[in-house]
Design a protein around this ligand. Sequence first.
Ligand SMILES: [Zn+2]
Length: 470
Amino acid sequence: MTANSAIPGSTALDPSLEAAMTSLREARAEALLEFARIPSISALPEHAADMVTAAEWIADRLRGLKATEVEVVKTDLHPIVYGKIHEAPGAPTALVYCHFDVQPADPLDLWETGPFDPFLEDGRFVGRGVADDKGQIVMHLYALEALRLVGRAPAVNLTFVFEGEEEYGSDSLFAWIGPNRSRLAADVAVISDTTFFEGNVPAITVGLRGIMYAQIDVVLSPVDLHSGGYGGAVENPANALARIIASLKGPDGRVKIPGFYDDVVALTPDERAAMAALPFDAEAYREETGVPALVGEAGWTILESKTSRPTLDVNGIWGGFQGDGAKTIIPAHAHAKLSTRLVAKQNPTKIFEALRDYVAQIAPPGVTVTTTYIHGGEASLTPTDHPATQAAVRALRAVYGVEPVFMREGGSIPVTAAFDHVLGLPVVLLGFPQPNCNAHAPNEWLSEANFESGTRVIARFWDELAAMRR
Ligand SMILES: [Zn+2]
């Protein structure tokens, strides 16, 4: 039931299109290696010119595919690449999104070769970005190359948005989406920036968690106080902060903020059964993470707890004396950064207000406690029976000969929420790397089998999507 068994020479496409796919294999691999040689690291200012080079690389390819309105959009930071192929009057329009920026490559000494000296060996591409997310851009481009080679246009209308700041907060894209709403009009958004399920099982991601990030500051006095002279008479900010944090979540994993769970869309019994049937090995997951034991939320499995339930974690905590030896003070102040991972339909602002009000209510007298909002993003959830999701199911099934699984991810892809909530589009998350592809880590890799079969899934998907009603 894995993608490894799917080899080129698929019968999922008509014979002429499959022949075109096969004939393009070498060029496709070469294109990925060429693209992955551009060190488009969005977080590092010295790579600003490389971001433009990577954007132009895509734009040139789109023009070669006879896309119209191709544009490398200038922003405050890195460019966005826009283009469209609208040659299917009356058919649905898909907004296709991937990102061409990559994570920094350090630690460099752990790479087999340089991170931007990619290679293909033993069925694996290795190099920064081959999986996240450049390989998926090349899959989209080469699904179209094959169609063009046989003189066909995609059966649906495609609008492309390729982003250069996904690994750096997406600020420019968020600023650009609103004013360009009409150029982004579509029936569905297709995002290729996720992976298959553990064991390389073909999968469609239907849920991503959102986030609410905040900071709590507890202040006693302008300067540290002598713990001999003041201890016992004043509140200690570090003690107070510890008590506040201890009140936010119980040992059973339940968040104790009143109203926290009010808007949660609960997993249905069917969804829980489907999730329980997924090939997820909690013990292997524990071993891989190197922790002594796993702790889920009471009443929920580990997989449910880490993908489909909201949670709260302290991300950092500081205050007082932290040097060697001892210093007998009562710290002047103490702080914590914390975040909640949210699920549909929790609203980050509402969750922040609930946290702020609860903290104010439980804050001890004798210190000043403030809670500040840092950032937030909404969760997204696409129904598994949505016609676009079902079109993706048919495309995956046709190529792999197995039933794909639906999965939810614990993390966020902020653009998903923007497409969902700002543009009002259903989102299909169709990604092809294996989950252990070392994204963001040294020796990031992508199996050539997934690259080959994924390209065919995309070509087939446009046909399947054409059957979707507008
Ligand atoms: Zn990515």
